[in-house]
Design a protein around this ligand. Sequence first.
Ligand code: NAD
Length: 236
Amino acid sequence: MVQKAPIVVLTGAGVSQESGISTFRDAGGVWQKYSIEDVATPEAFARQPDTVHAFYNDRRRKLQDTGAIRPNAAHEALARLEHEWPGEVTVITQNIDNLHERAGSQNLIHMHGELLKVRCNTCGAVQPWHEDVTRRTACPACANPDTLRPHVVWFGEMPFHLDTIMAKLDDCGWFLSVGTSGNVYPAAGFVDRVRAVGQARTVELNYEASGGAFDDARHGPATEVVPAFVEDLLKA
Ligand code: NAD
């Protein structure tokens, strides 16, 4: 079979919206209920660790209600694309949920971390985590209490795996941006980097126009536009 150009897919909160997880900035989104300064910065964690732990404990519990929160047709279509495209498909997600992996995506980069992991501020160990965390919880690796934090990237912190991501962006032939408003950098700048290299077709699949400079766009719910676009790509 003839190999085809690598595809990079950037996903954001919009891909999980129809799975029952609030987006970031839309009406009813997470940040209309909480302020960023209260729960998603290193300073907030230093100032009020109990509040930050409670916020993430709540989200972690909800994510594990697997009856209520399930991968949707968009996650499933992206997993199908990875398995059927005769070339590399990489999903780079800004989401901290686990819906891409539950749908079957394997070549997946969590650039903003994962809700179901914790990291130790003392020894640096990163561990899968499914329970609540409090200041009394001891790190399983070094046994210190009051040292675990969510393994997520907060505002003001550096996203994970940026070197790998940049190499994938520079090498791709397709760049798909799915369910992201293009407000959070550096992810919001990925399309400009891909366009500067000039070898990939850039496509936005989002509920509405984000304002980014894409070659092509299909607007609508992710569960409709993503499966339809994947079908077209695989037929082409
Ligand atoms: P955002 O909320 O800023 O933007 C979401 C975008 O998705 C908007 O452009 C909106 O029009 C679109 N959208 C909403 N519902 C949609 C649907 N059903 N189908 C298609 N598009 C839809 O989110 P963002 O750009 O991902 O913001 C980045 C930050 O939000 C990241 O740091 C991410 O970690 C965080 N976040 C993650 C989750 C999650 O893990 N599921 C949830 C909320 C926020």
